[in-house]
Ligand binder design. Structure first.
Ligand SMILES: C[S@@+](CC[C@H](N)C(=O)[O-])C[C@H]1O[C@@H](n2cnc3c(N)ncnc32)[C@H](O)[C@@H]1O
Length: 265
């Protein structure tokens, strides 16, 4: 395979995990900022975004993690947009994001070059996610939001869809209202492996959406090794193939404390 990837098979999951965790990892929990507004600058698109987060919702009992931006997503976007390092070109492609969170950073930074970018998450995340996308983008078509117009030519399509991995049939139905599953070129997700209960549901969602020619890119912060191990094993036992990207093809910020997986059929 290409010299930027290392395939993981069921026989070498343990050594893969050992190797991932053999480097020093100085990262904290991974919340990018504990302020209600978070500014993100992505040099490659020469653009600054500003997103509203909901710290009060994050701190509520029983809350989920999607109310704030998580650190891996910023260098992941920078890497995808870095023509010299990233082997992926999302321009003109149809991309579905799983577990987007409220900020919509990937929609705003990657969406503009795609043909169709679809952010998905659980129901309670979607209102603020749509608000953030609409306040950072203009002149995009959408059947799920009123993205403001500056009178310019429409640059592509950006949508937000409810897709709860624990209610996959409904989520897939929702997705099919805006795109055909066959048209999905890429499935992307940042920081979605952190809870052992959710892993089988997430892997089911990946397996359901990943067809013969689609590519899945998952960027993860390395926290509990057993969660990463469970994720890789479950991907493999569903008959999918999984590779990790070698450090030399990643931006420096992703080389320690994170892993970027590529999954295909
Ligand atoms: C750690 S956050 C990461 C958010 C965002 N991708 C980022 O990097 O900032 C995990 C995301 O997974 C989503 N998530 C958790 N359980 C989910 C489920 N059952 N179905 C869909 N999304 C889920 C959360 O709502 C949250 O947005």
């Amino acid at each position: 395979m290409e010299d930027f990837l290392e395939e993981v098979t069921l026989d070498d999951v343990s050594s893969h995990i050992y190797e991932l965790y053999s480097h020093p990892n100085e990262h904290d929990l991974g919340i990018q900022s504990r302020t209600s507004m978070v500014k993100v600058t992505i040099d490659d698109v020469d653009k600054e975004f500003e997103f509203q987060q909901s710290l009060s919702s994050l701190n509520q009992q029983g809350s989920t993690t999607g109310f704030v931006l998580w650190s891996v997503s910023i260098p992941f976007v920078g890497w995808i947009l870095n023509d010299k390092l990233s082997p992926y070109d999302l321009r003109g492609k149809t991309v579905v994001e799983l577990g987007s969170g409220v900020t919509g950073l990937l929609s705003c930074a990657l969406g503009p070059s795609c043909k169709h970018y679809i952010s998905t998450d659980q129901h309670h995340i979607l209102k603020l996610l749509k608000q953030n996308i609409c306040s950072n983008l203009c002149d995009f078509a959408s059947s799920t939001m009123h993205i403001p117009s500056n009178g310019g030519k429409l640059k592509g399509t950006v949508d937000v869809v409810e897709l709860d991995w624990e209610d996959l049939d409904s989520g897939v139905w929702n997705l099919q209202q805006v795109c055909s599953l066959d048209s999905i070129d890429y499935i992307v997700a940042c920081d979605v492996v952190y809870n052992d209960y959710l892993i089988p549901f997430l892997v089911d969602a990946i397996a359901r959406l990943c067809h013969q020619t689609s590519t899945v890119l998952i960027a993860l912060q390395l926290r509990l090794p057993e969660n990463i191990e469970q994720f890789v094993e479950q991907v493999l036992t569903r008959g999918l193939r999984i590779w990790r990207h070698l450090e030399h093809c990643l931006v420096p910020e992703l080389r320690e404390g994170f892993v970027i997986y590529r999954i295909t059929r």
